[in-house]
Ligand binder design. Structure first.
Ligand SMILES: Nc1nc2c(ncn2[C@H]2C[C@H](O)[C@@H](COP(=O)(O)OP(=O)(O)OP(=O)(O)O)O2)c(=O)[nH]1
Ligand SMILES: [Mg+2]
Length: 510
């Protein structure tokens, strides 16, 4: 099948501007060009002006509840990813000759392509809960344990037997999947399908077993898309939207969009250095030892990276150290400037060349690895930086202590809101209607739930929406499912600081 990027860069969105549902409008070749660019400009506005982007400024990248504003938040990290993503796209267009660009129909799509990737980079962590990975773990641990107990013993009238697929979907909270839910269902940003496709990083639905789990059941099973399915990428409740997206952009089941590979590479390139730089800023890693640590880690890795060159990291460290030496009184800053310049001279170019080398599989979204994951020198560099962060930064006592606090806060908040999940369906519906006589304590808790999350619950319970879901369960089951989603939406949408304050207030600590 030939490569035609017109099928990936499309102006279609779920709703037309007049509000009609747009079922993947057929693409007419005369409609390319400036109209499309305007659509992506519109996406930029919708994304940059959204509150969810602003909330990233108070969400953990690595260091929870950080007060030092020189240390990265999810927002400042995402801006760096944006810059790298944009550079990779420019490199792709630079490395492709004119004939190839014409053959792939990329010749008139450079600005659109760049904009899609850039905005995907800015949005890529939008669904992450407070306290990063630890927050994600706390949510999953809580629902993994409590859902079963709630249904079997706590519900006043145990009519509901939560089916296994929904149980799995609800105990597989994932930042990337929540990102899809956030931009589509909760915020209704109505972005182009192309723009959303760029943040669809994993292609497994929340109820599906992972390739690893399937292998345990059947050791002979193989999956050519195993990397793309390693985590959950979207939930059962966004199935209809994702199907429309796939249909519009001709993406086969289990496959990705080409843009997502670049967003992923830009993230990997950026956080490698950034996490280490932040750890130095916080005196968790000593800068004068860092050079040696980097060289040693690279040398240890080098043995398994068959196509890597031996002294690459040593060369980079030498330049960075010389730069620090020359700078004298802002040595650390110059060390990192040079380290970043040298890394950015190598990795984005390489990511772009990998994109081009594997363009057919990437275009179809079935390329089953990250762009820089091929045992090359560049791969060894990325991995060295990540390993140093794991070995020296993430395990620092102050980081771990903060993470424990984050875990307690999320778990505590979920315990506090649990009574909402225990209510009978009609009591909960009465609360929504504002009827009198509903239980006092639960009603107070209910009033704290944000309107936009409640609206998503109400919309989800409409007959047409229930009919579009991939399973035909009775409405009581779906009602419980969406009430659990409502609580997850609320808790995961909090910033670190808001979660912390809310927990203190409700535990009467202040
Ligand atoms: N404090 C802490 N930070 C971590 C840990 N593991 C990774 N990180 C940091 C490194 C990066 O700055 C950032 C990666 O963020 P994500 O949660 O989005 O993970 P990543 O993009 O690697 O995976 P994803 O495919 O998006 O789930 O989190 C950890 O165990 N502790
Ligand atoms: Mg991520």
């Amino acid at each position: 099948m030939s490569i035609n990027f017109n099928s990936k860069v499309r102006y279609n969105r779920l709703y037309r501007s007049n509000g009609d549902i747009n079922e993947a409008r057929p693409f007419h070749p005369s409609q390319k060009g400036s109209a499309e660019l305007t659509s992506f400009e519109s996406d930029r506005g919708r994304i940059i002006n959204s509150a969810a982007i602003r909330r990233l400024q108070q969400k953990t990248q690595v260091f929870p509840l950080e007060r030092n504003s020189a240390v990265r938040s999810r927002l400042t990290h995402s801006m760096e990813v944006q810059q790298v993503g944009r550079y990779i796209v420019q490199e792709v267009f630079k490395q492709l000759n004119k004939e190839k660009k014409e053959e792939y129909r990329l010749d008139i799509l450079e600005r659109q392509f760049e904009s899609i990737v850039e905005m995907a980079c800015l949005m890529h962590d939008i669904g992450n809960p407070p306290f990063g990975h630890f927050g994600e773990q706390a949510i999953n641990d809580w629902f993994g344990k409590q859902l079963y107990k709630l249904i079997k013993t706590d519900l006043p009238d145990p009519r509901i037997d939560l089916p296994e697929p929904l149980y799995r979907d609800l105990s597989n909270f994932e930042g990337n999947a929540q990102g899809i839910r956030l931009v589509h269902t909760l915020l209704g940003l109505n972005l182009t399908y192309s723009q959303v496709s760029a943040i669809l990083k994993y292609t497994r639905r929340g109820d599906q077993l992972s390739p690893k789990e399937l292998k345990k059941i059947d050791p002979t099973s193989t999956d050519d898309l195993s990397y793309l399915k390693k985590k959950v990428g979207y939930y059962v409740c966004e199935d209809d939207f994702v199907s429309k997206l796939r249909c519009c952009l001709s993406i086969e089941e289990g496959c990705r969009s080409p843009f997502s590979y670049i967003m992923e590479a830009a993230d990997d390139i950026s956080y490698g250095i950034a996490d280490i730089e932040d750890a130095v800023e916080k005196n968790i890693i000593n800068r004068t030892h860092l050079g040696q640590i980097l060289i040693k880690e690279y040398a240890d890795l080098f043995a398994e990276y068959e196509s890597a060159t031996a002294n690459e990291m040593a060369d980079i460290v030498k330049l960075a150290s010389e730069s620090a030496e020359r700078a004298k009184n802002c040595a650390t800053s110059h060390f990192f400037i040079t380290l970043r310049v040298e890394i950015n001279r190598r990795l984005p170019k390489y990511a772009a060349s990998q994109f081009i080398e594997n363009i057919e599989a990437i275009y179809h979204g079935r390329f089953n690895r990250a762009l820089i994951e091929d045992k090359s020198t560049q791969h060894a560099l990325v991995q060295t930086l990540k390993n140093i962060a794991v070995k020296y930064a993430f395990c620092a006592p102050e980081v771990e202590a903060r993470e424990l606090q984050g875990y307690r806060i999320i778990t505590g908040l979920l315990d506090i809101y649990k009574p909402i999940l225990r209510l009978e369906r009609n009591t909960f519906e009465q609360m929504i209607e504002g009827k009198r006589g509903t239980p006092l304590y639960e009603t107070r808790l209910f009033k704290k739930l944000p309107n936009k999350h409640l609206r998503a619950y109400i919309n989800a319970m409409e007959t047409d929406a229930i009919n579009a879901l991939p399973y035909k369960y009775n409405v009581d089951i779906w009602e419980f499912y969406f009430r659990v989603r409502l609580i997850q939406d609320y808790i995961s949408g909090m910033t670190d600081q808001f979660a912390f304050d809310e927990y203190r207030a409700l535990m009467v600590i202040d």
